[in-house]
Design a binder for this molecule. Structure first.
Ligand code: FAD
Length: 438
């Protein structure tokens, strides 16, 4: 069997490895349009923050090591520009030679990911960079060193912006966060906004909200509000768009935002074509609603299931919960489930409170903020969000486990949490959600 994979980073490299595990005799070719394969996207901000000391730690494999250890051919700088699902071929452009060729497949696996959305006002700016790839990261690192950057403007208020704030601040830069509205971090419940804003301002992050870049002249930015600022570095993190243009003339169906529609086996609408990662539309596990989630867990789960499917097992994907977490200085923010905006499609109730994650009398204990939405009719948990200093990761993972097992909000009272004063309370936050739910 000949398998072609498009994309060689999180989803692509993982699925190729998983396929090799279950199909030792398959011919596997991975096309990657850019310079690097199999690097740790999630670690890029921490490398720029000097938390990860060696760049080598970000690179998990090379084309040579894939060939040698797994007999997988990875062709870097090779972009798949078209797919013919009737002929079962892909068109490939070699960026090094400019040559175009055609390759055939028995099975095609697409993991082209997404790219950073670029603001038209900033396309000519030579101090503005996205943080998406190792190449971007190398350029930013060199720029910071060469220009001795002191002042950075971070545009956008998603998790990459928040991680870049922490890391560039730790590196000693003065940071301004620019966002076109007041709603920072859509994965977080809006009611926690004052806590997030305080955390940012306590760490001397300048907030410029309800504003946008109007023009840029060298390092001088004029904002739509009329304000101006001087920066040596601008990080642009205003969202991603799927890299699926090469599929537009194929029979592989995309949704109206360009995401590849997939079924419960990560099959696309074309026979023998699978897709995974940031570029796909899939579904929520607990509600069945269609969604897109640009996070690593789904790509890795899909990689295993696709490989097993190719090997003849028919284990269906159970869906995503969108479980996510991020650190900001000494705090963590996490959520799981449908978004707060999506909760509005349901007749939902909310339980919200603050509680110490450890026994209250323990030194250095700080209250955690909790918000949980659940359906009024069947008490199903739709979404939970946590904001605090300690134990946020544990609480969000417990709720995710409860949600995947269809526990109701009332069932949370019965979860027997491990208790000792440094870790929780005899009635832990998880139990209290159940007790406080109306
Ligand atoms: P990618 O890993 O982006 O790989 C897609 C690859 O396909 C790219 O290399 C691209 O060049 C290539 N490609 C695209 N089109 C073509 C084509 N036509 N031909 C050939 N090659 C093509 N997720 C988390 O869960 N937790 C985190 O903490 C986290 N932090 C992150 C931090 C940063 C800075 C970034 C950028 C992402 C982070 N993510 C995180 C998201 C996570 O990295 C992605 O969900 C994951 O990488 C998606 O895998 P993918 O294979 O879909 O896309």
């Amino acid at each position: 069997m000949k398998i072609i994979v498009v994309g060689a980073v999180a989803g692509g490299a993982t699925v190729a490895s998983q396929v090799r595990r279950v199909l030792p005799d398959a011919e596997i070719i991975v096309y990657e349009k850019s310079r690097d394969m199999s690097f740790a996207n999630c670690g890029l901000p921490y490398y720029l923050g000097n938390i990860i000391e060696s760049r080598n730690h970000l690179v998990q494999a090379s084309a040579a090591s894939f060939k040698e250890k797994k007999d997988i051919s990875v062709k870097l700088y090779h972009e798949v520009t078209a797919v013919d699902t009737a002929a079962k071929t892909v068109t490939v452009l070699d960026h090094l030679t400019g040559q175009t060729s055609t390759d055939s497949y028995d099975k095609l696996i697409l993991s082209p990911g997404g790219r950073a959305v670029r603001l038209p006002q900033l396309t000519d700016s030579d101090i503005t960079f996205p943080v998406r790839t190792l190449e971007d990261t190398d350029i930013i690192e060199q720029h910071i060193e060469k220009k001795e950057v002191k002042n950075a403007l971070i545009i956008g208020a998603g998790y990459i912006s928040i991680e870049m704030i922490e890391n560039l601040k730790n590196r000693g830069l003065n940071i301004t966060l620019l966002h076109r509205s007041e709603q920072l971090l859509k994965t977080m419940d809006a009611q926690f906004l004052p806590h997030l804003t305080k955390l940012l301002t306590d760490h001397e992050i300048r907030l410029q909200l309800n504003d946008e870049v109007d023009t840029i002249d060298n390092g001088t930015v004029t904002f739509k509000s009329g304000l101006t600022g001087q920066y040596e570095l601008i990080i642009e993190a205003v969202g991603i768009t799927p890299n699926t243009e090469f599929l537009k003339n194929s029979s592989i169906e995309l949704n109206d935002k360009g995401y590849i529609k997939t079924d419960h086996y990560f099959g696309t609408t074309a026979e023998d074509v699978y897709a995974l990662g940031d570029a796909i539309e899939t579904f929520y596990r607990h509600t069945g609603d269609r969604t897109t989630v640009a996070l690593a867990w789904g790509a890795h789960r899909a990689a295993s299931l696709i490989a097993e499917h190719l090997a003849g097992e028919k284990q269906a994907f159970q869906g995503l919960l969108g479980t996510n977490i991020l650190r900001l200085f000494d705090h963590a923010i996490a959520s799981v489930g449908i978004s707060e905006a999506e909760v509005r499609n349901y007749d939902a109730l909310q339980v919200t409170f603050d509680q110490y994650p450890t026994a209250r009398y323990m030194p250095q204990s700080h209250p955690m903020h909790v918000s949980v939405y659940y359906r009024r009719d069947n008490r199903q948990i739709l979404r939970a969000c946590f904001f605090g200093k300690q134990g946020v990761d544990k609480r969000v993972d417990v709720i995710a486990t409860a949600m995947m097992n269809n526990m109701t909000v009332d069932d949370l009272k019965d979860i027997e949490i491990a208790y000792a004063p440094p870790f929780s309370s005899p009635k832990d936050i998880i139990n209290m959600i159940g007790y406080r739910a109306e």
